[in-house]
Design a protein around this ligand. Structure first.
Ligand code: SF4
Length: 762
């Protein structure tokens, strides 16, 4: 019997444990996909503390996507009008290095940009930071987490003094009241929802409040669904705060001992009387009062949110308004309670730890902080002042930088911005102007590969070892168990090779991913995300562990070898036999000490500015975008899994029956959706699940998978001033019925993929 290999699902931030088995195991037929290719098998890992054996369809089918449409060799071309031709690694990296040197000499380091991914391992993130922010001296590294979690990061930092979700998944089983706002957890974080739903069903006193303009599967399970109008989240949250204050639910001891700025907050919420709030939000006063009562009467309140809060031009203010409710009622730092952001990407958390946004440095440090820069410069052996004190370009600022001619090299890795960035027509036009784009990716084609001058084949999950951190701050080692196809290399290996070719040999000579990790965790020492007690060896032998995890913590049963590595006796390799203390879930702020200079959390006081682009007479509907259960983001993997493709007929638009009647269409009729930036076409799904005057489109279909169905052709790049996260969740649109004759005569999706008709020529 072959022992399964333990790893982590590489799709979403829930971070479910997987066990994988090779295609051929004794006594069983060889596992194959529908095309007959032998594939590894995946199943839930019952010993993984985060998921306890559960997986959703994405995790269960991940192995079907690993071998299809892979980019096998480096490819180059001199202009976007030419086809790619195969190159050696030496030639391809030579081009990249030459270009970096030229740009540094002619435009300066700030003309170099890298756009990375929450799909990176932490080790990939770390080496990229060391190269870009350290040795090249530009903070122009951003990641697709900018589109996903940056408002949560900014909210935590401003309210608590440091990033880091305070809660853990055990809180799902312990809460008395779950307040879900801006998250369709049932579809987007299904394993978290399953666990919460089970607790909710088994305990009659537990209340589930869901705030969402759509009646999602999550809302279907709620005791109370508040279908607020898009953009009224802060009104609702301030209205709840008003009621909590005036109905006697204030925890005045917690507020006076552990917080600041309550008075300013109380003055602001004076303006949020129930009648006004109910009217603005489009809900009843009774429902608002019920929500406040559920929260106020519960001993333990857990709030959860995701993109519906973060992807907003006031995302940070929304996050802080949620946190305000926890602070005023003392609902933090105890089991079953706290504000809990649900992370999108599988390792967006690891990216935050490693400094993977343009204003961050490793170990939850900021580029703006003089001491933080000095600590990192010293650790990396750099001259003082080498790290820039200015935040680098965010993802969208890289696009505007291309427009301005200020970007000389754009290096995109493990992400697909030609589907996921806002205002896609503008994004594409900017990418066409790029003088030199490197695209480092596991798959070919993606929508973005059409815009690259150099393609670098990346090894993906299963082909390179590394660590990932999930939403509850639990770090899992993802071992290599397959050989990378063709000439694909791990992302960090590529970054390190470029660094060495640039002359930074010694700092970028690593003896494998474990060595990179060992260096990285040193930079977390004494920081809120201290991981100095973690290593690849410890994670391999002991299983997934949460941070903070300082050196020496919980290592009582380990054996330290002369090389400093941990070897556990065989009976200890089963995490279920490890001591309860080691497996006990960790929460932040149980001592009520926050990471601010005085140890107190900070209230914030905001009036909502509403949507950046509210509906008006010419564009009278609000478009909101989101995800579906089966697909993951831009379908680079899930679009290649038969079972998942067959779950959905294709893209669609949800519209309320009243709006459908007003424009004279029936279920299945086609609509052209027009915003001020672009248009897209979808068949209508007429449903009361969506509020009147609001329409919903899934974000998964780029040009590779459907013609004219890009949700982000419609969205705008207006962003939160603090987090710089664009408001992908709402824009104003027109709806125009169109004939199906037009649809059937249009180009097929694949023909629509590449406006420059680039091809691989091997
Ligand atoms: Fe993977 Fe997320 Fe599904 Fe878990 S919930 S199996 S991490 S996609």
């Amino acid at each position: 019997m072959t022992d399964p290999i333990k790893t982590l699902c590489p799709y979403c931030g829930v971070g479910c444990g997987l066990e994988v088995l090779p295609p051929a195991t004794s006594g069983k037929p060889v596992s194959r996909d529908k095309q007959g290719t032998p594939i590894w098998q995946a199943r839930g890992d019952r010993a993984h503390p985060s998921s306890q054996g559960m997986v959703c369809v994405k995790g269960a089918t991940i192995t079907e996507s690993l071998h299809k449409d892979r980019l096998l060799y480096p490819m180059v071309r001199d202009s976007l009008k030419e086809p790619f031709r195969r190159a050696t690694w030496d030639e391809a990296l030579g081009r990249v290095v030459d270009r970096i040197q030229t740009v540094r000499a002619t435009q300066g380091a700030d003309a170099l940009c890298m756009y990375g991914s929450g799909q990176f391992n932490t080790e990939d993130y770390y080496v990229a930071q060391k190269l870009m922010k350290g040795f090249l001296g530009t903070n122009n590294f951003d990641a697709n987490s900018r589109l996903c979690m940056s408002s949560a990061v900014a909210g935590y930092v401003q309210s608590f003094g440091a990033d880091g979700p305070p809660c853990c998944y055990d809180d799902l089983d312990l809460t008395d009241c779950a307040f879900l706002i801006g998250t369709n957890t049932a579809e987007c974080h299904p394993i978290i929802f399953n666990r919460l739903r089970k607790h909710h069903k088994q305990n009659k006193h537990v209340k589930l409040i869901v705030v969402d303009p759509r009646k999602t599967q999550t809302a279907d399970a709620a005791d109370l669904h508040l279908a607020i109008k898009p953009g009224t989240d802060i009104d609702l949250l301030n209205g709840l705060a008003y009621l909590l204050l005036y109905r006697g639910y204030l925890d005045s001891v917690f507020v006076s001992k552990h917080t600041n700025h309550f008075t300013a907050f109380a003055e602001v919420i004076e303006d949020y009387k129930p009648e006004l709030v109910a009217k603005r939000c489009g809900i009843s006063v009774e429902d608002l009062e019920t929500a406040a009562r559920y929260w106020g009467e519960s001993k333990r309140v857990l709030s959860m949110w995701s993109m519906g809060i973060n992807q907003s031009s006031e995302g940070t203010a929304k996050v802080r308004s949620i946190i305000n409710l926890h602070l005023m009622t003392g609902q933090i730092g105890k089991p079953g309670a706290g504000p809990f952001s649900l992370t999108g990407q599988p390792n967006a958390m690891g990216g935050r730890e490693a400094g993977g946004l343009s204003h961050l440095l490793p170990g939850y440090r900021s580029v703006k902080n003089t001491q933080h820069r000095a600590e990192v410069e010293q650790f990396w052996g750099l001259e003082p002042g080498q790290i820039s004190p200015e935040p680098g370009r965010t993802a969208w600022e890289m696009i505007t930088g291309l427009e301005e001619g200020a970007v000389g090299l754009l290096w995109i890795a493990a992400t697909n911005p030609v589907v996921s960035l806002p205002d896609l027509e503008r994004t594409k036009r900017a990418l066409l102007r790029s003088p030199f784009t490197v695209y480092q990716e596991a798959y070919y084609p993606t929508e973005t590969s059409a815009y690259a001058h150099v393609l670098l084949p990346a090894a993906q999950w299963s082909e390179a070892p590394g660590t990932m951190t999930n939403s509850e701050r639990r770090v899992t080692l993802c071992p290599q168990f397959r050989t990378p196809p063709g000439e694909a290399r791990a992302d960090w290996v590529i970054f390190a090779e470029v660094a060495r070719r640039l002359g930074f040999s010694k700092p970028f000579t690593f003896n494998g991913a474990a060595d990179v990790h060992a260096e990285f965790v040193q930079l977390t020492r004494g920081r809120p995300c201290d991981m100095t007690g973690l290593s690849h060896d410890r994670l391999r032998y002991e299983g997934p562990l949460q941070w903070p995890c300082t050196k020496g913590e919980d290592e009582g049963n380990s054996i330290q070898t002369e090389k400093g590595r941990f070897r556990f006796p065989s009976f200890m390799r089963n995490p279920q036999k490890l001591s309860a203390s080691r497996l006990a879930a960790k929460r932040l702020y149980i001592d009520r000490q926050f990471h601010t200079p005085d140890g107190r959390a900070r209230f914030s006081a905001y009036h909502s500015r509403g949507l950046a682009e509210p509906p008006d007479d010419s564009h009278p509907y609000v478009l909101t975008t989101g995800r579906l259960y089966g697909h993951w983001h831009t379908q680079t993997r899930t679009g290649r899994v038969d079972k998942i493709r067959h779950m959905y007929d294709g893209p669609f638009i949800e519209i309320h029956p009243r709006d459908a009647a007003a424009i004279g269409i029936e279920n299945g009729a086609w609509l052209e959706v027009r915003s001020r930036r672009g248009s897209a076409r979808f068949p209508a799904k007429v449903t009361t699940a969506i509020a009147p005057k609001t329409v919903f489109v899934p974000m998964h279909w780029g040009a590779l998978w459907a013609a004219n169905a890009e949700a982000n052709a419609l969205t705008h790049p207006e962003a939160c001033p603090d987090s710089h996260q664009p408001e992908l969740k709402a824009c104003a649109v027109q709806l125009v019925p169109i004939s199906t004759d037009i649809i059937t005569s249009e180009a097929t999706p694949v023909e629509g993929l590449n406006p420059l008709a680039s091809t691989l020529s091997v």
